[in-house]
Design a protein around this ligand. Structure first.
Ligand SMILES: *[C@@H]1O[C@H](CO)[C@@H](O)[C@H](O)[C@H]1NC(C)=O
Ligand SMILES: *[C@@H]1O[C@H](CO)[C@@H](O)[C@H](O)[C@H]1NC(C)=O
Length: 482
């Protein structure tokens, strides 16, 4: 009797002790496990920490993982002095690409202007109308044409991290010419370090029947022959730049999304400066310098590295001279990244997770226009940094006239998009916009609540708006305006 009671008692003690040890083990394991699975202790706090202190949270969050992965891979690399905002095991080694060879004598080589051959002026003018650029000239230039190295001397000798994240390039096109689209693709393939180039996603935003022949099956067959993974995606109906970009972004498998336009040419070393900035801090969004490819001659003309993006109170994007204080912040070194209030919009690289965290684009915007300011405000107000890297150059064919149709009229579309920007991101500063554009007050101002509550893409933005507010942004803006 006494004995059996003693046994029960002993059993209980043993059981309780084991349970206590078990509980302690669980606690210890959870404490030291990292957040990569999303279940580690404290991970929840960091994940939802966007609203408190995104930067500090993220840095701690990656440190543990980075060290562990480092030991298993890339052991032979000396990574001292480099800071990575990604687990090192996820980053890739890379080598710069060889310079694209020059073929003197061929049209447009080294970015030289192409002259219309005598007797073809009429044909040139006819073709010009199709895309609002000199198609005859474009078609005569090699898809692999050589370009001058337009970088500052200091850029050529810069050291970039030995490991960088991969990027997927997203390009939206609508009735694009074959030669400009494919020259864009070839310039990416030829001038991006192969291990860093995950894929190129071409999103056809409902190109019209005249273009279907070559932008349809022919394009799909052609991209299969390329040395890099290139996919063609198509919107079902005309969705506009923003929704088409979102369609592309959804398919991205690289760590960084690089948005480009469909008629650009990437120059030597264009990608490394963008990815290097993001490798160190995933909340940086980086634009290249946008050089000019002449719509008349396809000459490559370097743009100034002394301008940054601003806007006027009609919410039109404008370039302004970089103020002295920003030059001073960079220690007078023109190769240093420039913090810009806004971006032109066509070309930029952004970490994929960060893009999602800040709520991507405003899906309620139509066709084109205003989305670049919207994204700029979103980045600054969501704890990020928007930069121009003066060491990265991409040429872009600027056109005088948009060849696109804007259902509902161009002014209506752009103004409605701008009104959304004002309402969503500008707090009391929106009053300036509606002062300047009184005709919008009635039609758009009052429907603000409706957009706001109905737009899923704004949910992520709400959190950061509360924390940062427009004040973080506007001083830089207003200064850019004077
Ligand atoms: C571009 O150059 C690469 C490498 O030299 C070559 O394989 C490719 O066929 C060229 N593409 C075109 C369209 O000429
Ligand atoms: C709100 O969103 C739903 C579903 O996306 C859509 O059908 C509806 O028209 C939207 N309402 C307004 C007022 O925009």
């Amino acid at each position: 009797m006494f004995r059996s009671r003693l046994r029960v008692h002993t059993c209980k003690i043993v059981l309780i002790t084991s349970m206590v040890w078990f509980a302690m083990d669980v606690a210890v394991i959870m404490y030291y496990s990292d957040c990569s699975t999303g279940s580690g202790w404290g991970c929840g706090r960091i994940e939802s920490g966007m609203a408190t202190s995104p930067r500090e949270g993220r840095a701690d969050h990656h440190k543990g993982r980075a060290i562990r992965n480092h030991q298993s891979e890339h052991e032979d690399l000396d990574l001292s002095g480099w800071h990575f905002d990604y687990p090192v095991g996820q980053l890739k080694r890379w080598e710069p690409r060889p310079t694209v060879p020059d073929h003197p004598g061929l049209p447009g080589e080294m970015g030289k202007p192409v002259r219309t051959p005598p007797g073809q002026e009429v044909l040139m003018k006819e073709k010009f109308k199709l895309n609002q650029f000199n198609l005859l000239a474009s078609d005569s230039i090699s898809l692999n044409r050589s370009l001058p190295d337009v970088r500052l001397e200091g850029c050529k000798s810069k050291n970039y991290p030995p490991l960088m994240p991969t990027t997927s390039i997203v390009i939206v096109f609508h009735n694009e010419a074959w030669s400009t689209l494919l020259r864009t693709v070839w310039s990416i393939i030829q001038r991006s370090p192969r291990p860093l180039l995950q894929e190129i996603l071409l999103v056809d935003d409902a190109s019209e029947r005249e273009c279907i022949d070559y932008l349809g099956l022919e394009l799909e067959q052609y991209v299969k022959t390329l040395p890099v993974s290139v996919k063609v995606l198509r919107t079902v109906e005309r969705s506009g730049l923003i929704r088409a970009r979102l369609l592309g972004a959804k398919e991205v498998t690289g760590q960084v999304i690089t948005f480009l336009d469909a008629h650009v040419e990437c120059t030597e070393g264009w990608l490394e400066p963008l990815l290097a900035r993001i490798a160190e801090d995933r909340t940086r969004v980086v634009c290249p310098i946008i050089d000019v490819i002449s719509d008349e001659t396809f000459e490559y003309v370097t743009a100034s590295d002394m301008t940054w993006g601003g806007f006027n109170w009609k919410l039109n994007f404008r370039w302004y001279r970089v103020p002295q204080r920003e030059m001073e912040r960079r220690g007078g070194d023109r190769t240093q990244p420039l913090k810009t209030p806004t971006m032109a919009g066509g070309l930029f690289a952004i970490d994929k997770e960060y893009f999602e965290k800040i709520g991507r684009y405003d899906e309620g915007m139509d066709i084109w226009g205003g989305e670049n300011l919207e994204m700029s405000f979103r980045i600054w107000q969501c704890g990020g940094t928007l930069e121009i890297s003066p060491c990265s150059h991409v040429g872009h064919v600027f056109r005088d006239k948009s060849p696109y149709s804007f259902p509902g009229g161009v002014v209506n579309v752009v103004m409605k998009n701008s009104a959304r920007v004002a309402e969503v991101w500008m707090d009391e500063w929106r009053d300036f916009f509606f002062e300047m554009n009184p005709e919008l007050e009635g039609s758009y101002h009052s429907s603000f609540g409706r957009w706001w509550s109905n737009s899923s893409s704004l949910v992520g933005a709400l959190g950061c708006l509360e924390v940062y507010g427009i004040d973080a942004l506007v001083p830089a803006q207003t200064e850019a305006l004077v």
